[in-house]
Design a protein around this ligand. Structure first.
Ligand SMILES: Nc1ncnc2c1ncn2[C@@H]1O[C@H](COP(=O)(O)O)[C@@H](OP(=O)(O)O)[C@H]1O
Ligand SMILES: [Mg+2]
Ligand SMILES: [Mg+2]
Ligand SMILES: [Mg+2]
Length: 356
C-alpha cells in the first residue's frame, strides 16, 4: 500500500511562519492607526507586504534551503527607497514568536538589512510542474487590510504541480468556527475574539486553530463545509472589489439558485477559509476582464483547504485550478467553489448565465 506523505515538518514550519508574519502585519496596522507609520494610503500595506514576505522566506530557507519560492513581491522598490527599507527593517528585525522553541524552528531573526532584501527576492521562481515550490501572498486583500477588514497571509507548498500543504492566517476573522458570516465581516476592526489559522494537507483534511503569538496551540480542530442540500439557504461570498469579480453576474446566479440572502463581501482568501469551515457556503469569482490571469498565490492555500473540507474548486469551465504552469493560473478562468454535492448544480447555473 502506498501511503500519502504526511508533510508534518512542512505543515509545522508553514503554520509557524504564517503565524509570525501576522504578528508583523498586525503591528503595522496598529502603528498605522496610532500614526507612527505614514498614513499615506499605500505605505502601510507596502511595509506589511515586504516585512511579512521577508519573515516567511527566512523561515522557509532555514528549513528547506533547496525549495523554490513564488512570492508576490520583489525588493526593487526598496532598494531605491532607504526610508521605506529602514522602516520595514525596524519592524522585521524584532518580530518574533513568543515561544522560543517555535522561534528556533523558524531559524530566529534575520541577520541584516541586506539579507532581508536578498530574502525578499528569493521569491522570484517562475513556478512550474516539477519539484517543490512554495507560494506566498504576504498580504492578500490589501484593500481589506487598509480598511481594518479581512486580509490573509497565505502560504502553499506545491509538489510536482499539485498543492500539498496550505496555510491561511486570517487575523480579522472570528476565532469561532461556528460563527456564520455576516454582512459586516468585511469592515470589522476589533481584535476581540478574532484571528484564525487554517491549514490543510493533501488527503489529511483541514483544520483551524486560534492565531496566537506563541507556538503551536494544542486546540487545533478539524473543519468541514456545511452539508447543504437546499441552496436557497446558502450563503455566498464574493470580493469587495468589483474589479476582481463580476458582482452583476454573481447576483444573477445567486438569484437563479434561489439564494435569498444578499452576498457577503469580503477581501482575500478569508473567503476560502470561511466556506471551508461552513461559515459560508459558496465562493464565486467570475472574470471581469477576459485577459486577467489569476495569480497562484491568490488561490493555492485556499483551493486545498476547501477541497480538504469537502468542497470542490473549479474555474468557470469546470476545470480544477492548474497550479503547474507558472506564476499564474493561465489555464483557468474565474473560480467556482462550493460543497462537493452541490458544485455541479452551481457550475451549471454559472455557465447558463455566462452563456458558455
Ligand atoms: N482584475 C483582477 N481580477 C481578479 N483578481 C485581481 C484583479 N486585479 C488584482 N487581483 C487580485 O485580487 C486579489 C485580492 O482578491 P480579493 O478581491 O478576493 O480580495 C489581489 O491580491 P492582493 O491584495 O494580494 O494584491 C490581486 O492579486
Ligand atoms: Mg493576493
Ligand atoms: Mg498580496
Ligand atoms: Mg497585490
Amino acid at each position: 500500500m502506498v501511503t500519502a506523505p504526511s508533510y508534518t515538518h512542512e505543515l509545522q514550519v508553514a503554520q509557524l511562519a504564517v503565524q509570525r508574519a501576522t504578528i508583523l502585519t498586525k503591528r503595522v496596522f496598529h502603528e498605522k492607526a496610532k500614526g507612527t507609520v505614514d498614513k499615506n494610503d499605500k505605505s502601510p500595506v507596502t511595509i506589511g507586504d515586504f516585512g511579512a514576505q521577508a519573515l516567511i522566506i527566512a523561515a522557509l530557507k532555514h528549513n528547506f534551503p533547496e525549495d523554490a519560492i513564488v512570492a508576490e513581491e520583489e525588493a526593487a522598490q526598496l532598494k531605491e527607497d532607504a526610508n521605506l527599507r529602514d522602516t520595514i527593517w525596524n519592524l522585521v528585525k524584532d518580530t518574533k514568536l513568543d515561544d522560543e522553541e517555535a522561534e528556533k524552528t523558524l531559524g530566529g531573526a534575520i541577520k541584516s538589512v541586506d539579507s532581508m532584501l536578498e530574502l525578499i527576492d528569493l521569491g522570484n521562481s517562475p513556478g512550474g510542474s516539477k519539484g517543490r515550490i512554495w507560494t506566498i501572498d504576504p498580504i492578500d486583500g490589501t484593500k481589506g487590510f487598509l480598511r481594518g477588514g479581512q486580509y490573509a497571509v497565505c502560504l502553499g507548498l506545491m509538489v510536482d504541480g499539485e498543492v500539498r500543504v496550505g496555510v491561511l492566517g486570517c487575523p480579522n476573522l472570528p476565532v469561532d468556527d461556528s460563527a456564520r458570516l455576516t454582512a459586516d465581516i468585511g469592515s470589522n476592526a476589533t481584535d476581540e475574539g478574532r484571528g484564525v489559522l487554517f491549514s490543510a494537507v493533501e488527503y489529511k483534511g483541514a483544520n483551524s486553530r486560534p492565531l496566537t503569538t506563541g507556538g503551536l496551540s494544542p486546540d487545533s480542530k478539524h473543519i468541514g463545509m456545511r452539508p447543504i442540500e437546499d441552496l436557497t439557504k446558502a450563503t455566498f461570498c464574493e470580493s469587495v472589489e468589483a474589479g476582481h469579480s463580476a458582482h452583476d453576474d454573481q447576483a444573477v446566479i445567486s438569484q437563479k439558485l434561489g439564494i435569498t440572502e444578499p452576498s457577503v463581501r469580503m477581501d482575500s482568501q478569508a473567503k476560502y477559509g470561511s466556506i471551508a469551515r461552513g461559515a459560508g457556503d459558496i465562493y464565486l469569482r467570475l472574470p471581469v476582464k477576459a485577459t486577467y490571469q489569476e495569480k497562484i498565490w491568490d488561490h493555492a492555500a485556499g483551493d486545498l483547504i476547501v477541497r480538504e473540507s469537502g468542497g470542490q474548486v473549479t474555474d468557470i469551465h469546470g476545470k480544477r485550478l492548474d497550479f503547474s504552469i507558472g506564476r499564474t493560473l493561465a489555464n483557468n478562468k474565474g473560480v467556482v467553489a462550493a460543497p462537493l454535492p452541490v458544485h455541479e448544480r452551481v457550475l451549471k447555473v454559472v455557465q447558463e448565465v455566462l452563456k458558455i
